[in-house]
Design a protein around this ligand. Structure first.
Ligand code: PBG
Ligand code: ZN
Length: 324
């Protein structure tokens, strides 16, 4: 291999036009999925304290927000529900007239050309805040997956374009696929939170969705942060069960996992830049310690460079404006 001074890597950096010509990775609006939180009431828009710029919105406000998101050129939103009532079984999760189901109908009636994805989990709906139903302090797997299948089905019956199970129970993708197919929804894709770590970065989300576990944690079903090979086993098993898109979550601290999942499985791959990642950038930006906009773009471009095709991010609207 030729060496300095014959080789000078700086030659291709010497002016902005040349740099533009050799740039390898781009962010595009089509890469973005915007998370939204829907709550009961009317004309409600509560800012989440630990997530500046993120709101809990009642359905009427949410519909207007979805129009704005669509007009900005963002192709998709993912909905999270904050129910009126929580109970042991999380029954509003799979109630055909639950908060998310009503929100989907309202969006579908008024906003064309927006892909509506729903988060499928129990933790926002259970009184104990766990992602499944309990026996004592054990989170039951097999009993939970039939409820998740019911939840997904009610979302799709309300008009959801795609469902995204985030619970990390085993076998839930297969259960959801079977329930959807049985009712004729053979074309509705499943975006699986296939590789979801038991992460400290979800803290602010639990304020936003009011879903902190009342006792214990999520380590009996979410992945150990130390494990990489296991991520591939999780992703492969979800693909075999019928997942159409594989998600890795969180994103920024798991770029190696995004890279491995993308290169080994060659599946459409999504990454979730989660609440804590967002809030840290926001907070440091507010303090003037970093340039918020610059770090926002750097964090997202890095996720893309690692191999993500799609990014779920609370920055989606800011990015879309910047790309204009
Ligand atoms: C529900 C769910 C969580 C997130 C997405 N879906 C929280 C959790 O697992 O505790 C986190 C998203 C974020 O932090 O932005 N299971
Ligand atoms: Zn959950």
């Amino acid at each position: 291999m030729a060496q300095f001074p014959t080789v000078r890597l700086r030659r291709l950096r010497y002016n902005p036009k040349v740099r533009d010509m050799v740039r390898e990775t781009y962010l595009h609006k089509n890469d973005l999925i915007y998370p939204l939180f829907v709550c009961p009431g009317e004309n409600v828009k509560n800012e989440v304290k630990s997530m500046p710029g993120v709101y809990q919105m009642s359905i009427d406000v949410l519909v207007e927000e979805c129009k704005e998101v669509r007009d900005l050129g963002i192709p998709a939103v993912i909905l999270f529900g904050i129910p009126e009532h929580k109970d042991e079984q999380g029954s509003e999760a799979y109630d055909p007239h639950g908060i998310v189901q009503r929100a989907i109908r309202a969006i579908k009636k008024e906003v064309k050309d927006l892909v509506v994805i729903t988060d499928v989990c129990m933790c926002e709906y259970t009184s104990h805040g766990h992602c499944g139903i309990l026996r004592g302090e054990e989170i039951l797997n097999d009993e939970t997956i039939s409820l998740l299948a019911k939840e997904a089905l009610t979302h799709v019956e309300a008009g959801a374009d795609m469902v995204a199970p985030s619970d990390m129970m085993d076998g839930r993708v297969a259960a959801i696929r079977k329930a959807l197919d049985y009712k004729g929804f053979t074309n509705i894709p499943i975006l699986s939170y296939a590789v979801k770590y038991a992460s400290g970065y979800y803290g602010p989300f639990r304020d936003a969705a009011d879903s902190a576990p009342a006792f214990g944690d999520r380590r009996s079903h979410q992945m150990d942060i130390a494990n990489g090979d296991e991520a591939l086993r999780e992703a492969r098993s979800d693909v075999e069960e019928g997942a159409d898109i594989i998600m890795v979550k969180p994103a920024g601290a798991y770029l190696d996992i995004i890279y491995r999942v993308k290169t080994e499985l060659q599946m459409p791959t999504a990454a979730y830049q989660v609440s804590g990642e967002y809030s840290m950038i926001k907070a440091a930006g507010k303090l003037g310690w970093i340039d918020e906009e610059r770090v926002m773009m750097e964090s997202l471009l890095s996720i893309k460079r690692a191999g993500a095709d799609l990014i779920l991010t609370y920055f989606a609207k800011d990015v879309a404006k910047l790309l204009d």
